[in-house]
Design a protein around this ligand. Structure first.
Ligand code: C2O
Ligand code: CU
Length: 530
């Protein structure tokens, strides 16, 4: 029996009833699937890696903050389309920005704002299983609703993609992205309340790059040597169609996690990429609903991680394995110089994801791997005006089936409890009482990870107090930069230090496992103007 469930059952006083039900042979209903494709039965490395197109502005519009100034205006439609994810599969129905999955990549510069009109041109009915028992997805709501969030963007609240600000087919919303932030790989994706997991699974995500002078001066690989790798897993049926799993209870089809055996890179299954024997810069995004990635190049070079969610690390970090929770990004330099003529496989755990085919020879490589990148001044703990202790909780039903996930035991529609002051610094202690790791993302801000420390879950439930079981563990080397998403590991208190800068107003923080986020593991927070 799982510890947190025991703790919860004990806490809620229904342990006896649950035990009785278990003994009477009550079982979790078997999940129902359409016949699932075994992705690993397909021939690997037969399709070239697609590179998403660069988004193009169609005109200029007045800046909302300085109306005399004109800034680039993009119009991006969301459409249903079909695409072949593998040579030997029939075309798959997908939803995508600009009718692509991933959507077009935005190339932007720090301090140069832009406008995007996101136009919903999707059909009126959803093709994935909506759970109408979930908050915000009731039967009186339109089936197809979208709202776009720029993940990692320092964006005014009205452009941030608040989950309730959804719009329906034939409607659009225009967002202002000021880009007053350091060079980083951001990404945009759907955020509609109660169906976010389905919209993203259908394909609504894309990359948004912010660049700046400091990054340019580093002479990192660029142009065709800088490649985004959007990694996400999916499940397909034998017809090559997306097969989002359901619980087996037709009134509550929600499932608590989705793990697919088909790991796509830039929308293709097992693609290959022809590379020259030189350095490449890979901008990797874990765009999965729930899968954590553990990437490695077993027969290849090491990774040099140069950046994380919110931009460059202070210095490169050499790694054999890169771990990315859903929503996290890694900026990696990989040097194929010594590997001319070889074929290198990128793996996730034991499974092949894609292949690099290294040419025998190529032009001279003038890019460099600098010894230092961007200073990341440590925020002193003493600078924090407030420390909040926030629990991550899984609530199970009487047959130990997860029913919902909560932040600090609160539901989405309860009053706002996290109300930091603008320009203040806070420490958030994320107390994970569950036995899953939850990637916690805060909108608007960037933060630093302080440490993680294991604690006694049972004692926490009975007394509400934190009894630590060991010393604090410092963050991973690859987490030493600015972050916007942090792994809160099970049985651990994960501490982050955050400065609430930029805008006042209402935002959200949530678990980036989209099944959790949709089922209550998301809360508003409100930045108060002083
Ligand atoms: Cu990547 Cu609130 O999301
Ligand atoms: Cu979660």
């Amino acid at each position: 029996m799982r510890l947190t469930r025991r703790a919860f059952l004990h806490y809620s006083g229904i342990a006896t009833m649950a035990a009785a039900l278990r003994q009477s042979g009550s079982h979790r209903p078997a999940p129902k699937f359409r016949t699932q494709l075994n992705a690993n039965s397909l021939a690997p490395f037969v399709d070239p890696l697609p590179i998403p197109e660069i988004a193009q502005a169609s005109s200029y519009g007045p800046s909302p903050t300085e109306p005399a100034m004109k800034i680039p205006y993009y119009r991006i439609p969301m459409r249903q389309f079909e695409s072949k994810v593998h040579r030997d599969l029939k075309p798959t129905r997908l939803w995508g920005y600009g009718a692509c999955f991933p959507g077009p990549t935005f190339e932007t510069r720090s301090g140069q704002g832009l406008l995007v009109e996101w136009a919903n041109q999707l059909p009126k009915t959803h093709f994935l299983p909506i759970d109408h028992s979930i908050h915000g997805a009731e039967r009186d709501k339109p089936e197809v609703r979208t709202v776009v969030h720029l993940h990692g963007g320092k964006v005014p609240p009205e452009s941030d993609g608040y989950p309730e600000n959804w719009f329906v087919p034939a409607k659009s919303a225009t967002c202002h992205y000021p880009n007053h932030q350091d060079a980083a790989m951001l990404w945009y994706h759907d955020h509609a309340l109660g169906i976010n997991r389905l919209n993203v699974f259908a394909g609504l995500l894309g990359v948004f790059l912010v660049r700046d002078d400091l990054e340019d001066a580093l002479e990192l690989p660029r142009g065709k040597y800088e490649i985004p790798l959007v990694v996400c897993d999916r499940i397909f049926d034998l017809e090559g169609q997306l097969n989002y799993p359901v619980s087996g209870d037709p009134n509550k089809p929600w499932v608590s996690e989705v793990f697919g055996d088909a790991i796509l890179v830039n929308g293709k299954l097992f693609p290959y990429l022809e590379v020259e024997p030189r350095k490449y810069r890979f901008r990797v995004l874990n765009g999965a609903n729930g899968r954590f990635l553990h990437l490695s190049l077993p027969n290849g070079p090491v990774f040099n991680q140069i950046g994380t969610d919110q931009g460059l690390l202070p210095a490169p970090v050499r790694l054999d394995r890169v771990t990315l929770a859903p929503g996290e990004r890694a900026d990696l330099i990989v040097d194929f110089a010594a590997l001319g003529g070889n074929r290198i496989v990128l793996k996730n755990d034991a499974f092949a994801v894609m292949q690099f085919r290294v040419a025998q020879r190529g032009p001279r490589d003038s890019s460099v791997l600098p010894a230092s990148l961007r200073p990341v001044p440590k925020i002193a703990e003493a600078a924090a005006e407030k420390t909040r202790t926030l629990s991550l909780v899984e609530v199970d039903d009487c047959v130990q089936r997860p029913m919902t996930m909560l932040l600090n035991n609160a539901h989405w529609n309860m009053p706002v409890t996290e109300r930091p002051l603008r320009d203040s610094t806070e420490i958030w202690e994320l107390v994970n009482t569950t036995d899953d790791s939850h990637p916690i993302h805060l909108h608007l801000v960037r933060f630093q990870i302080l440490d993680r420390r294991s604690f006694d879950i049972g004692a926490y439930w009975s007394t509400g107090g934190l009894k630590y079981k060991g010393a604090a563990i410092s963050r991973d080397a690859g987490e030493a930069g600015w972050k916007d998403t942090v792994r809160a590991d099970p049985g651990m208190v994960t501490r982050i230090i955050v400065r609430f800068e930029g805008f006042a107003g209402r935002y959200v923080w949530h678990c980036h496992i989209l099944e959790h986020e949709d089922n209550e593991m998301m809360r508003p927070f409100e930045v108060l103007a002083r």
